[in-house]
Write a protein that binds this ligand. Structure first.
Ligand code: MOS
Length: 745
């Protein structure tokens, strides 16, 4: 039996056994009778029109059922205005098979449906396309003249534009005692969760569909399918119980969902469409971004001037944007500021949120420029941060709802042994290797959205709670079970959390590190409502000690309702339910952010990261030998799953700083390393001593549970800490990610 209360306990992932033994079924693993398989064909040109398609050879193969393209796509799809999703940026959502136009390389242009996957994939190779090619542009570096501010849209709510300029940046910068500036280049990155994108659509007749979809939002996929195909919302069920990683790639419905549903409706059959690894590089990516910084400080180290500009790629049809530059002034309270964010539309697919979108990009420029300032001031980089510590968010003139970043700096530095650092670059050595210590700050928004949950207490005193949210591997199932259990004082073994089904109460897409802060309060609200009903029943029991009690007089503890003033006696929930004539009790409740309470505060999670690198200068080999991330993210529901989130972000940080990049060849407009063989990521041998600290942080503003969310914060501070450590080791300031060894030679 797990310890009570379970919030704060390192409870192991409840679905862990299913996942490691293979009994957990993913979207492409459901055994479905009479299943057809679709294989998507992607454009090999970057821009132009499809002149003709020759399908004769493919159609001649026995077992090939249908080939869909713009020439014969069913009329039932594509209602222009309805074709959208919850995460769509301003612009026109890309519609596969809409017409003959090619907008980007790898665009899905046909679907071949056959009796088996292997046949579908083979037959697809027999289809030939003739194109009328047009000139295109996919290189941000040669198109910077076309940069312009993004169009604003609904998404602006969660992605605010840069703050307005304050004071006189130019004047203050020019008169600064020291100045540091930088130009930072980040390449394209592609999400590569282990599980490939798959949709299995079960045709249930009369416009009814049951869909197993790989997604980060069951209701988002449900809305999308209902809108695009003109179906009744309630006739579309989207199930996504297990998700083999998302990282943002499933925040929007992907084209295999459209293809699978289209084929199922048209053929009135069950259809599965699976994308392969190469096709993972054909929808959504972290955009290449170029940043410029100019930070100025006074003689005492006070930063008085901040300039930060970012220029990023978007597609020709949507204005995807990120928060890249705003963080500068949230972290450092300079009075003279200038911030700019611009987009360059290119002939590529729209970028897509990828773990810590914008934050992981912006923090590199901010924190490496601060590092540079520290050297120019002959100041310790940590002391410079402490001197410029922001007690409030001056970019919007509001206090933080809570901010224990100072504690992160202190605990992280202590555990790392930061005081042993020799400030001089190239001064620390181990054998023939140069040793470097680097540090940086991380910040990520603490958002919350609307959600609903249902709770059912069954006659045997067991609790079942449900919500449509997915669990993309973050531990959502476990954490929601803990919140439900604690709200009613139950052991987690007596609680079942059902999730990953669009028929369940509303959850938004799972992303932005806002899931626990969004769904958690809804789970809590539904359980509290059950608590009230239980008390009502308990009061009616014979000689009830709770007869005169109000809900505020009682606690839910160890499976009982007890009086706060006398916690030794209570009424067991099982006994209360036994009086309910064999009936369950049920409640469905909503939870939404309280705008009045929130509007007076900025809300963010923070981190401090300390990194040790060893650089073999002769070979240019860089090893991250030690790293510590200290996080302040409000209340941590489960330190085990939360630690895993941060460790994952730290591994990814190493990948981002040293390995990962999708290389595009502008002559072809095509990604050249669209596979895991050539898309470099770290392996086990690259990962050494990583450590995570959660500092205590109480927050009474963000939500009643005090949750800020963890996940993305793990990927914000560490990439610049690695770059700063490499500078300390070698004296070489490399501002282009990834830092491959050739850049050091
Ligand atoms: Mo994450 S990029 O919010 O799935």
């Amino acid at each position: 039996m797990t310890k009570l209360p379970s919030i704060g306990q390192p409870v192991s992932r409840l679905e862990g056994r299913e996942k490691v033994t293979g009994s957990a079924k993913y979207a492409g693993e459901y055994n479905v009778p009479d299943l057809l398989y679709g294989y998507v064909i992607n454009s090999t040109i970057t821009k132009g029109k499809i002149r003709s398609i020759n399908t004769a050879a493919a159609e001649a193969l026995p077992g090939v059922i249908e080939i869909f393209s713009h020439e014969n796509r069913p009329a039932l799809a594509h209602f222009d205005l309805q074709y959208t999703d919850m995460d769509a940026p301003p612009g026109m959502v890309f519609r596969p098979l809409y017409d003959s136009e090619i907008k980007y390389n790898g665009q899905p242009i046909a679907l071949l449906v056959a009796e088996t996957f292997e046949l579908a994939r083979y037959a697809a190779t027999l289809i030939t396309f003739e194109y009328d090619e047009e000139a295109f542009d996919t290189d941000i570096n040669t198109n910077l003249d076309n940069a312009r501010p993004p169009k604003l849209g609904l998404a602006t709510m969660l992605k605010p534009p840069p703050p307005k300029p304050r004071g006189d940046f130019e004047g203050a910068y020019n008169n600064s005692y020291v100045q540091a500036e930088g130009e930072f280049h980040h390449g394209t990155e592609h999400h590569n969760p282990l599980e490939l994108y798959t949709t299995t659509t079960i045709y249930e007749g009369k416009g009814k569909l049951k869909i197993y979809d790989k997604t980060q939002g069951t209701i988002n996929s449900q809305l999308f399918v209902a809108n695009v195909f003109g179906l009744h919302f309630k006739d579309v069920q989207v199930i996504s119980t297990y998700v083999g990683g998302g990282f943002g790639s499933g925040l929007r419905p992907q084209y295999q969902l459209f293809m699978s549903v289209m084929a199922a409706l048209e053929l009135k059959r069950n259809v599965r469409v699976t994308l392969d690894r190469q096709q993972m590089f054909t929808f959504g990516h972290r955009p290449p971004t170029i940043q410029y910084t100019k930070f100025g400080a006074e003689e005492n180290g006070r930063v008085n001037a901040l300039y930060h500009k970012a220029v990023a790629e978007t597609s020709q049809f949507e204005d995807y944007s990120e928060v890249v530059v705003n963080w500068s002034n949230m972290l450092y309270p300079a009075d003279n500021t200038l911030f700019e964010y611009e987009l360059v539309p290119l002939d590529v697919y729209s970028p897509l949120d990828m773990r810590a979108p914008g934050g992981s990009t912006g923090s590199h420029a901010i924190e490496s420029t601060m590092d540079e300032l520290a050297y120019k001031l002959h100041m310790d980089p940590l002391d410079l941060r402490l001197l410029n510590y922001a007690d409030k968010d001056v970019s919007v003139g509001r206090p933080y709802s809570s901010k224990e970043l100072k504690e992160c700096y202190m605990q992280g530095a202590e555990k790392f042994g930061w005081s042993k650092r020799n400030p001089e670059p190239r001064s620390m050595k181990k054998g023939n290797k140069l040793v470097g210590y680097g540090m940086a700050t991380g910040i990520w928004e603490a958002n919350r959205l609307f959600a609903r949950a249902q709770a059912i207490m069954t006659p045997d005193g067991k609790l079942q709670v449900s919500n449509a949210v997915t669990d993309i591997g973050t531990g959502t199932l476990t954490v929601m079970t803990q919140i439900a259990a604690d709200t009613l004082g139950l052991a987690i073994n007596d609680v079942t959390f059902l999730y990953g089904d669009s028929k369940m109460p509303f959850a938004p897409i799972q992303g932005g590190s806002f899931t626990v802060a969004t769904v958690g309060p809804a789970v809590e609200a539904a359980c509290q409502a059950i608590g009230k009903k239980l008390l009502k029943l308990a009061k009616k029991m014979n000689n009830s000690i709770l007869a005169g009690a109000d809900i505020k007089d009682v606690l839910f503890k160890n499976g009982s309702i007890v009086l706060k003033e006398n916690m030794l006696t209570g009424v067991a929930i099982k006994d209360i339910m036994a009086t309910n004539k064999g009936k369950s009790i049920k409640s469905t409740n909503s939870a939404m952010p309280n705008p009045l309470k929130l509007k007076g505060h900025s809300r963010a999670a923070h981190s401090a990261v300390f990194v040790e690198v060893e650089v073999d200068e002769e070979l240019g080999v860089i090893e991250v030998t030690r790293a510590i991330t200290a996080v302040a993210a409000g209340r941590i529901i489960n330190p085990k799953t939360a630690t895993s989130q941060i460790l994952g972000g730290m591994v990814w940080s190493l990948s981002k700083a040293l390995h990962e990049e999708t290389i595009s060849d502008a002559r072809f407009g095509k990604y050249m390393n669209a596979n895991l063989g050539e898309y470099h990521i770290p392996v086990h041998a690259d990962i050494h001593d990583f450590d995570v600290i959660f500092v205590d942080e109480k927050d009474t503003v963000v939500n009643d549970l005090g949750i800020k969310g963890v996940g993305e914060i793990g990927l914000v501070g560490m990439p610049p800490a690695i770059a700063n450590a490499i500078y300390h080791a070698t004296g070489k300031r490399i501002n282009d990610f990834p830092i491959h060894f050739d850049k050091l030679l």
